[in-house]
Write a protein that binds this ligand. Structure first.
Ligand SMILES: *Cc1c(COP(=O)(O)O)cnc(C)c1O
Length: 223
């Protein structure tokens, strides 16, 4: 399937989810997750109108950056080793996987400008899922005060791989509630306007529950 055809289908689902939730489709950004695909395929996504690309490894972002430079906005979506921060920091616009103070310290130290960060929240017991437990998130946000190169743009989560809508909705609602609590703190470094949640299998539900950025790989550019 061509990316444009996939994108048409995704936009239909996106629009339907927005209608159900009484939301404006323009509030939603589609991030094409290109971690499994070639640079050519990533280019195809850009030609189809996608402006945001997501990669989960330093090698992936570096190789594609060589060719595409800052044409798309780059999102780092994978677990990030502290020692790799310096290699990606000038390439990325968003880091979706901030989950510990040592990583925040390194990002703050290496950045030459403000980096939009998402705090990753663990909403599933799956061992492979990273992130802070929900009750750790607010204290962590408060600890980021004074990290002048870090802006808490929002929260990110990965729901478990399941078809059970209730489980998915509960995950997304947990994160939405945390966003509300953070916004009530009125911290200038943590506007927390964005919610990065929803992947190929669950993005429509995530949108119904408040997602503003969906990270779509398989359904958009393929595996
Ligand atoms: C791979 C990946 C995605 C995209 O997954 P698909 O199911 O292929 O859409 C989204 N978010 C993260 C963090 C990923 O690692």
């Amino acid at each position: 399937m061509q990316v444009t055809d996939n994108l048409t289908l995704i936009n239909e689902q996106l629009n339907e989810a927005c209608k159900k939730a009484n939301r404006d489709p323009n509030e939603i950004t589609i991030i094409a997750v290109t971690k499994y695909v070639t640079i050519e395929r990533a280019k195809e996504a850009i030609d189809a109108g996608i402006m945001d690309l997501g990669e989960n490894r330093e090698e992936g972002i570096s190789a594609k950056w060589e060719v595409l430079q800052d044409k798309p906005r780059w999102h780092f979506i994978g677990s990030l080793q502290t020692r790799k921060v310096k290699n990606i920091i000038d390439k990325v616009d968003y880091i979706h996987s901030l989950d510990r103070l040592s990583l925040a310290t390194e990002i703050n130290k290496r950045a030459h400008r403000t980096i939009n960060c998402f705090i990753q929240v663990k909403t599933s017991e799956e061992e492979s899922k990273h992130g802070l437990d929900p009750e750790e998130v607010i204290p962590f946000v408060k600890e980021l005060q004074g990290f002048s190169n870090i802006r808490v743009a929002g929260l990110m989560t990965m729901a478990p791989y399941t078809k059970d809508e209730n489980i998915l909705r509960n995950c997304f609602r947990t994160v939405k509630k945390l966003q509300d609590s953070i916004q009530e703190l009125h911290l200038d470094y943590a506007p927390c306007h964005e919610l990065s949640m929803g992947m190929s299998n669950d993005f429509a539900i995530a949108i119904e529950e408040g997602a503003t950025m969906v990270r779509i790989g398989t359904a958009l550019v393929g595996e």
